[in-house]
Design a protein around this ligand. Structure first.
Ligand SMILES: [Zn+2]
Ligand SMILES: [Zn+2]
Length: 344
């Protein structure tokens, strides 16, 4: 029986249609074509070796037992979608609004090892990437023009990646994306009504119910969300209420790194290394506007960050594009059960 499910965090419906009877093995990704790296050297390897043209922004060493085992390097995107140098210019064009593309577009080169995909990173390597994201987000949010920072990773062509070398991207915009606006409204109205954080409520329920639980440790909880839009979608959130990802400690990063490693190993086994996206759901910048004006005075109480791991095994069709309701052929309960079996 198919079922429409409401996601209270995102305020969207998803259509769980399991009678399509798809198993994880039905989602086999197309084989990845190897690139001849002798003839076409990897541009990221060149940058890491100091040969490619690049603007270095940030660097973090991965240290294990007092030995540097890897490095995370942040550079400016050579073909940026947005640029920090442009002045902010707002104008009206008839019924339309336009703002100049001021912002930032950075690339995080997550490892010096070309053939090491993110899903095979050690917990220490993942932690170094998380701490790099934290530092860059904090820095970009200091710019008063920035309203939102999106951190994301595209792994594989179906997830939008054009290069196979493990990397993530950070985009800072002068506007708040519609999804964030919806999520803010949902979290705020829940808090106004109940004086509780919506995601804290969801985590309490999912911890007790366990049917969608995937993995956990004392600080982080990973689960397949009730209204999952993607087969085998997994969300990970801090168990204790935490509004700002920028407050992530080194211990938190290592703990989250271990939970992510478990989840990605299980996902890799279930979906044979399918392509995937990772997205951070972060609070908006509160430097650039007054919290008061936007009803965000209590942001620290109602906002709770999370990380989303989204395997890209089905494509969107006209129904999804037309309605914004996504058809998901795998129930989150089946997905979580399958992932738990692989982890035990
Ligand atoms: Zn490379
Ligand atoms: Zn919370």
């Amino acid at each position: 029986m198919s079922e429409l499910r409401w996601d209270p965090l995102d305020r969207v419906w998803s259509l769980i249609a399991t009678e399509r009877g798809r198993r994880p093995t039905d989602f086999l990704p197309p084989p990845r074509k190897p690139v001849d790296r002798q003839r076409h050297p990897c541009p990221f390897c060149l940058i890491i070796a100091g040969h490619g043209p690049s603007t270095r922004i940030h660097e973090r060493k991965v240290v294990v037992d007092r030995r540097v085992v890897d490095r995370v390097l942040v550079v400016a995107n050579r073909f940026p979608a947005l640029s920090i140098e442009s002045p902010t210019e707002r104008r009206q064009v008839g019924p339309y609004d336009s703002i100049s593309g001021v912002g930032a577009h950075e690339v995080v080169l997550e490892t010096g090892q070309h053939d090491l995909p993110f899903r095979r990173f050690s917990a220490e390597q993942i932690a170094a990437v998380l701490l790099t994201w934290r530092d860059r987000v904090a820095d970009l949010m200091r710019d008063r023009r920035v309203q939102h920072v999106q951190v994301f990773q595209n792994d594989g062509p179906r997830a939008g990646a054009t290069l196979e070398h493990a990397h993530s991207q950070i985009v800072a915009t002068p506007v708040r994306p519609p999804r964030l606006v919806r999520q803010l409204e949902a979290a705020r109205s829940h808090w106004l009504e109940k004086e509780r954080c919506l995601l804290c409520d969801i985590l309490a329920y999912e911890t007790a119910d366990t049917s969608r639980r995937v993995a956990e440790d004392p600080s982080f909880f990973a689960f397949c969300p009730y209204a999952s839009r993607h087969p085998f979608e997994v969300h990970i959130a801090p168990r204790r209420h935490s509004a700002h990802f920028t407050a992530l400690s080194e211990d938190d990063a290592l703990g989250l790194g271990r939970v992510m490693q478990k989840v990605m190993t299980a996902l890799g086994a279930a979906l044979r290394d399918a392509d995937m996206n990772i997205c951070l759901t972060l609070a908006p910048s509160t430097q650039s506007f007054t919290r008061d004006r936007l009803g965000l005075e209590q942001l620290d109480l109602f906002w709770h960050w999370r990380l989303e791991i989204l395997p890209r095994v089905v494509s969107y069709g006209g129904y999804e594009l037309g309605s914004e309701i996504v058809i998901n052929p795998t129930s989150p309960e089946d997905a979580a059960l399958h992932l738990r079996t692989l982890l035990d």
